[in-house]
Design a protein around this ligand. Sequence first.
Ligand code: ZN
Length: 357
Amino acid sequence: MANPLTQDVLVDPVVLTRTLIDIESVSRDEKLIADCVEDVLRQIPYLSTQRHGNTVMARTALGRDQRVVLAGHLDTVPLNENFPSTVVDDLIYGCGASDMKSGVALALHLAATLPDPGYDITYLFYESEEIESHLNGLHLVSQAYPEWLLADFAVLLEPTYGVVEAGCQGTMRVRVRTRGRRAHTARAWRGVNAIHAAGEILQRLTDYRPRTVTIDGCTFREGLNAVAIHGGVAGNVVPDECTVEVNLRFAPDRTEKQALAHVHEVFHGFELEVTDSAPGALPGLSAAAARDFLTAVGEEPSAKLGWTDVSRFAALGIPALNYGPGDPLLAHAQDEHVEIGKIRDGAATLHRWLAAY
Ligand SMILES: [Zn+2]
């Protein structure tokens, strides 16, 4: 098959968005799109290109003072009768239109059209962001080639509808467990009901008042919620165990350790088991390249409330933020689409930032 990412396509980020949507790339099936992207990047003389699995990295080596990363994942969630792309007025519809083929298109367009940027740039196009984190291309690169990620600042082109979303909240899932003693319900006084005991856990969740924290002008709203409850043995047995699974979303001024201490405090007296944990990321807007970027965008940043790969960069001490043309509310939706105007605005903003030298 001839590579659809031709020169004519690369110079226009809107056409490029459609072309990328039309290369199917559901998670774990990214070989074709990675082949196409790698092939294009290898033909660009001012970039040196390497590949690890279905993750492609290309970078300049111009000897600039600072290096920035532009990154985007190549995979999408499963198709949902939204493939290939269609255009209605100024909207491009299709799987991945918002999350995040339009963001990938911006990075690839810049890679192909910016021979002389003001910063050295590392472009990262990675696999398997939409599935389990041990398969995530950025995670795999951080294990195999951590030097690929080194930079002074990183922009992830995830959907933000053209605003800057800085930092991200951490997340932790914890099982809060009660124990009792089994008995026949006909002789219930011989047992201790673990489901009844869980009432206290739910009461503490109901009474909980989450914090709102402002850092670097970004407001993070925390949350503590029950997301599942398990218990019960049979219709005639007093249950001896009940677990309430709780998810804490925490502002990045808390470390994972502090977040866990907080959960212990809230559920004092109960048995806890952590099942999942990922740190947040501070906005990091004081870095020089980040300030220049904000000037180019010309708008105030807001806080990222979900967990994103920016925290992988933060863990390496690299300030990172999200900025992309897609609407995050449309990500993973059947009618996922992106506004052509947002793609053009995003391309213009990134050009303004990166070409200013
Ligand atoms: Zn995404």
